[in-house]
Design a protein around this ligand. Structure first.
Ligand code: F6P
Length: 537
């Protein structure tokens, strides 16, 4: 493995200064460095990966034992070794599978819960399940991390298909969040879904209590307007939620991989069970592709290899996800958790220090908005940020097709501009043409130079449908898995979030004034003094 990494580094060093645009002089490059799957097109020809680099990257895949590890995941083996759990989110979207975990068939329970979700969603959407004030108009999902980001992102992404109650999302323990969401709602026609895998997460439980108090001020039986999504049936019962309104799942569904099951309830309520089925079908389609396609033509593998090339080999520490799709506004945040909670680790599965850097910092915003904010740095900053564009061939607003055209033009222009750049000579000529004289054209031109040769990829889909969204999310999930396997990481635990949680719990009695701050460091003591000096209301 070590020599494969070194071989890649040596190759990268030997081609580092080469022009990506020059590579595209080869008329076959665009076709050879892109991959289709169905109607989806992934173009990675605007990177500096060449045939040698790609074959070295594929050797890395072979050496990582990906095939066996992928099969172990799909078949329910306990690949999340630090938590002793299987990793079976794929089973949630392949309801006919016959998966077993430690000799136990898991699918009957998955199918039964799914059927209950469908019945609940139908009854609620069709007015057979109602609140005290009549048919439900609004649903508030209270959850955080994987119990929020997925459904919040997907409800927005699939807004054109939403014909159910309005869905709202509360995640932050900051009271401002729940206050602002509940402010416009009628408690008598609002359903609260408490979504928490563990049903212990302090933010969620605090917000759930606040919602119950809000409901109880008006509604005579507030518990009847609550549902829960959790693996912890005992805790949902203790909270007073009717077991008929509790949708369980197993610990082999990781929080950030949980949108496909009961955590997706709010999405199912919004778009209906048929739309949700399409969403699952899209993901199942990508699962099948991931299992069946050879690595060289396997979209998740190729996406992962581009990631490894840019991060671990070229040393680019971040990657920007830039959907040219307003409704994917929350996708970068969703991918931040998916990628950074999964592959932001410093040791490999056996506890040894990682030989390579962990996964990159993932960030982004939809285009064209980002163009007017941070693209300046992407084009002219001193560090390279590989960009991952996402683009639909058509929008939903057919009467605004001219706006979609403009959107597409901007997306394509950005990847072109990043690659081509603008030389000093070109910029100087533009300045001279404006009539500048003497040293001015050169001085002004220097500010207008684009170094170019900056890599990007584009994932193009026909249209942002439920099916396509399912495909995209499963594609990214498997990309994370492949990167994790190559790096030797357990992509399915998240111990790095624990320390902060523990310290927050310990700080609470200090803030309440029942415990002394002695023993805390001087900086934390100063900050405690500052916040505790707030006038009491
Ligand atoms: O703090 C991290 C985390 O455990 C995530 O992995 C998870 O998605 C989130 O908290 C919420 O957890 P839960 O669904 O158990 O409330």
């Amino acid at each position: 493995m070590k020599t494969l990494w070194q071989g890649l580094r040596d190759h990268q060093a030997s081609v580092a200064g080469r022009s990506i645009a020059g590579l595209l002089d080869n008329p076959l490059r665009a076709a050879e460095f892109s991959q289709t799957h169905g109607d989806m097109l992934f173009d990675f020809s605007k990177t500096n990966i060449d045939a040698v680099g790609l074959s070295q990257l594929l050797e890395l895949v072979a050496a990582s034992g990906l095939d066996a590890k992928r099969d172990a995941m799909f078949s329910g083996q306990l690949i999340n070794e630090t938590e002793g759990r299987a990793v079976l989110h794929t089973a949630l979207r392949n309801l006919n599978a016959g998966v077993q975990v430690q000799g136990q068939a898991v699918m009957p329970a998955v199918r039964a819960t799914y059927a209950r979700m469908v019945a609940f969603a139908r009854d609620l959407r069709e007015g057979r399940i109602v609140g005290q004030g009549g048919a439900y108009t609004d649903v508030v999902n209270i959850g955080i991390g994987g119990s929020d980001l997925g459904p919040a992102m997907a409800c927005l992404a699939l807004a054109p298909y939403s014909d159910g109650p309005r869905c709202h999302f509360v995640s932050n323990v900051d009271g401002a969040h729940i206050h602002d969401v509940l402010r416009g709602l009628d408690p008598t026609t609002t359903l609260i879904i408490v979504a928490s895998k563990t049903f212990t997460t302090i933010e969620t439980m605090t917000n759930a209590q606040t919602a119950r108090d809000w409901m109880a001020r008006v509604v005579t039986d507030p518990a009847a307007q609550f549902a829960a999504v959790s693996t912890a049936a005992d805790k949902t019962a203790a909270f007073g939620i009717d077991p008929d309104r509790v949708f369980g799942f197993e610990d082999w569904v990781g929080g950030r991989y949980s949108l496909w099951g009961p955590i997706g309830l709010s999405l199912m309520l919004a778009i209906g069970p048929a739309g949700f089925d399409d969403f699952l079908a899209g993901a199942a389609d990508m699962d099948a592709h991931f299992r069946d396609a050879v690595p060289a033509h396997n979209l998740p593998v190729l996406l992962a290899l581009v990631g490894i090339w840019h991060n671990q080999i070229c040393g680019y520490a971040t990657r920007a996800v830039l959907p040219y799709e307003q409704r994917l506004t929350r996708l970068p945040a969703y991918l931040q958790q998916l990628e950074m909670e999964s592959n932001g680790k410093r040791v490999s599965m056996d506890g040894a220090d990682l030989a390579e850097h962990s996964g990159p910092v993932v960030w982004g915003e939809p285009g064209t908005n980002g163009q007017h904010a941070f693209y300046q740095l992407i084009h002219q900053g001193t560090r390279v940020v590989p960009c991952e564009f996402i683009l639909s061939r058509t929008g939903h607003e057919l009467d605004l097709a001219h706006q979609h055209l403009l959107l597409v033009a901007n997306c394509l222009a950005q990847s072109e501009a990043l690659m081509l750049g603008r030389s000093l000579a070109e910029a100087t000529a533009i300045m001279a043409a404006k009539g500048l004289a003497g040293a001015e054209p050169d001085r002004q031109a220097r500010h207008r130079v684009f170094p170019g040769n900056r890599p990007s990829t584009t994932l193009a889909i026909p249209k942002l449908t439920s099916f396509a969204l399912g495909q995209i999310l499963a594609l990214y999930e498997h990309r994370v898995f492949v990167e994790g396997v190559i790096l030797g990481i357990n992509s399915f635990d998240q111990w790095g979030v624990e320390l902060g949680k523990e310290l927050a719990v310990a700080l609470q009695p200090i803030l309440e004034g029942t415990q002394s701050a002695a023993g805390k460091d001087a900086s934390t003591r100063m900050l405690l003094d500052y916040v505790m000096a707030a006038p009491k209301a």
